[in-house]
Design a protein around this ligand. Structure first.
Ligand SMILES: [Ca+2]
Ligand SMILES: [Ca+2]
Length: 276
């Protein structure tokens, strides 16, 4: 009897160890062409936008890293796809001056065309979604001070947000908080919180020059800097470096029950999973 129990214990121990090995934190996947943004799919696979060559049409694509580590192309023929976000099993992607909608089978169409926007789109960058399907899209403009943030409503109506507010210079990362606030990291370095109702903006922090992606877990905000190759955590006004040494840390995401932070490195062509 003791022997059986001992064997059982051993089997449980071995299977626990094996499942531990299957954990995908601290893994790096390579071979992407200018990966910009990542998002978790309904099946736990990680979707990646790949710009291809900048300003070259039809070489942009969406790939995905499956749970078993294999990588496949989902959609191709795009321009320079950047921000990606899932809503109701569809992927919404900013692609230079349009927003496209990609089905899980890879077919895609333009969802919000250039002419529908109240200002001429220059450089669509990040995208996030509220629970009702309103898409929040940043336009980084000339990367100095001509940027905008738009709200694309499910009705098709598109609003310009925070109009005329000087704090909006060259917004990059956007993240909806409880459908009422929008967290923004500006390429100029400021971390901002915009109230979607009052349209007021308050500055939460600074020093994030080259700010690209945003993620949040409880009270901790994660911010990537493209130019510095650094990932920061920001909590209660305090900034810490949690990862460094990327060539160009682009738009990050928290996945797998917020246990893994995924970092696309645009210049290195890699996607790194970091256990949080
Ligand atoms: Ca391209
Ligand atoms: Ca971005």
């Amino acid at each position: 009897m003791n022997k059986i129990l001992q064997n059982l214990f051993l089997i449980i121990l071995v299977s626990l160890t094996l499942s531990g090995c299957g954990s995908d934190s601290n893994k790096k996947y390579e071979g992407f062409m200018m990966p910009e943004s990542v998002a978790e799919g309904p099946d736990g696979s990680i979707y990646v936008s790949e710009i291809g060559e900048r300003d070259i049409d039809k070489d942009g694509k969406i790939s995905k890293i499956n749970r078993d580590g294999t990588i496949e192309t989902v959609a191709s023929g795009l321009y320079d796809p950047k921000g990606i976000v899932f809503h109701n099993d569809k992927l919404y992607v900013t692609d230079r001056d349009v927003v496209i909608e990609v089905d899980l089978d890879g077919t895609w169409q333009v969802y919000a065309g250039t002419m529908l926007f109240p200002k001429v789109p220059v450089f669509f960058n990040d995208i996030d979604v509220s629970s009702n399907g309103t898409l929040y899209v940043s336009d980084t403009g000339d990367f100095k001070e001509s940027g905008f943030i738009f709200a694309v409503k499910p009705s098709g109506e598109i609003d310009l947000l925070f109009e005329g507010n000087d704090l909006i210079k060259a917004p990059n990362g956007v993240l909806v908080l409880e459908d009422s606030k929008l967290l923004i990291v500006d390429w100029a370095g400021d971390l901002l919180e915009g109230d979607l109702k009052s349209q007021e903006i308050k500055k939460l922090g600074e020093g994030f020059e080259g700010g690209d992606g945003l993620a949040i877990k409880k009270d901790t905000i994660y911010i990537s800097s493209w130019t510095k190759g650094t990932i920061y955590s920001f909590k209660n006004g305090k900034t810490k470096v949690i990862a460094d040494g990327f060539e160009a840390a682009a738009d990050i995401a928290l996945v797998h029950d917020n246990k893994v932070l995924v970092v696309p490195d645009m210049k290195a062509g890699s996607v790194t999973f970091i256990g949080i």
